[in-house]
Design a protein around this ligand. Structure first.
Ligand code: PMP
Length: 296
């Protein structure tokens, strides 16, 4: 492909190709069994945002599912930069996927000699823009989050059917996102976002032990954004009643960024608009990603 194009590109197993040319084998266990791990990463102003945190999580996931990447971490970093640069996009979304690779029919991952590496550089627009101003209505899904002893939600694996089926509940209810409870009845996270509540100025978010993905944006709120505003975040278990009674609720994710929740199951959160602390966190988020800081 020409490297002068501005638009989506795909880096796949060492080759840079256009999206139409990017192919995986039908024998790849990533396709056959959802056997693999992935990341969603943002590029702001040409800088790959929180690359280290994403690669740490990806490598943790590989270890957890005993997948040996075909590329070293340094090679993957170089490939990410090469793909971003080839796309010509300054603000982009990267989907990084490591599959188990091509194998034989049958579950045995040892029959897949070489893991597949896919880097898609594209744009993303997850939720309608006006919802960032007015708040987003969501629901509580009936389907619980899969327990960690079955498939740990901390592993960002290619098995997303648990989330997709909860997302379908949201879509059926006419909204974009759903809160998922764990099998003990505590709040875990949403289908593709982490959740935070604010009551009387105190911020809290479910702990990793509730069965969640260790969101990079969640960590950014806890370690950087909230402290900058002089606020602390408690990581603790919560029931859905606490979320419904909160003054403010907001969600975080690489694609979602920071978004306020207006209603849950039709019930207004606070006065049903984006609350003041959420607004400040959103503004702080934007300020941080826009600034000319070195990649971290
Ligand atoms: N939870 C789930 C289930 C997710 O898929 C994601 C990522 N879309 C998140 C939380 C948010 O994580 P991050 O901030 O790292 O994107």
């Amino acid at each position: 492909m020409t490297l002068t194009a501005t638009g989506p590109v795909v880096w796949i197993d060492g080759r840079l190709v256009s999206p139409d040319e990017a192919m995986v084998s039908v024998y790849d266990h990533g396709l056959l069994y959802g056997d693999g791990v992935f990341e969603g990463i943002r590029v702001y102003g040409g800088r790959i945002f929180k690359m280290k945190s994403h690669l740490d999580r990806l490598w943790g996931g590989c270890e957890a599912i005993r997948l040996t990447p075909a590329v070293s971490r340094a090679e993957l970093e170089a490939a990410l930069r090469e793909a971003v640069s080839a796309s010509g996009l300054k603000d982009a979304y990267i989907r990084l996927v490591l599959t188990r690779g091509k194998g034989s029919l049958g579950l045995n991952p040892n029959h897949c000699p070489k893991s597949g590496t896919i880097i898609i550089v594209d744009r993303i627009h997850l939720y309608p823009t006006e919802m960032y101003e007015k708040g987003m209505p969501i629901i509580v899904a009936k389907r619980p989050r899969i327990p960690a002893e079955c498939l740990d939600p901390a592993i960002k694996s290619l098995n997303y059917l648990n989330n997709i089926l909860a997302k379908v509940e949201a879509i059926d209810a006419g909204v974009h996102e759903a809160i998922m409870l764990n099998t003990q009845g505590f709040v875990s996270e949403c289908t593709g976002d982490n959740i935070f509540v604010i009551k009387g100025g105190a911020i809290a978010t479910p702990p990793v032990s509730a069965g969640i993905l260790r969101g990079v944006t969640r960590r950014f709120v806890i370690d950087t954004l909230a402290p900058t505003l002089g606020l602390k975040v408690a990581e603790r278990s919560m029931k859905v009643e606490e979320v419904l009674a909160a003054d403010e609720v907001f969600l975080t994710g690489t694609a979602a960024e920071v978004i306020g929740v207006s209603r849950i199951d039709g019930h207004a959160i606070g006065s049903g608009v984006v609350g003041p602390i959420t607004k400040r966190l959103e503004a702080e988020f934007k300020r941080n990603v826009a600034k000319d800081a070195p990649e971290d």
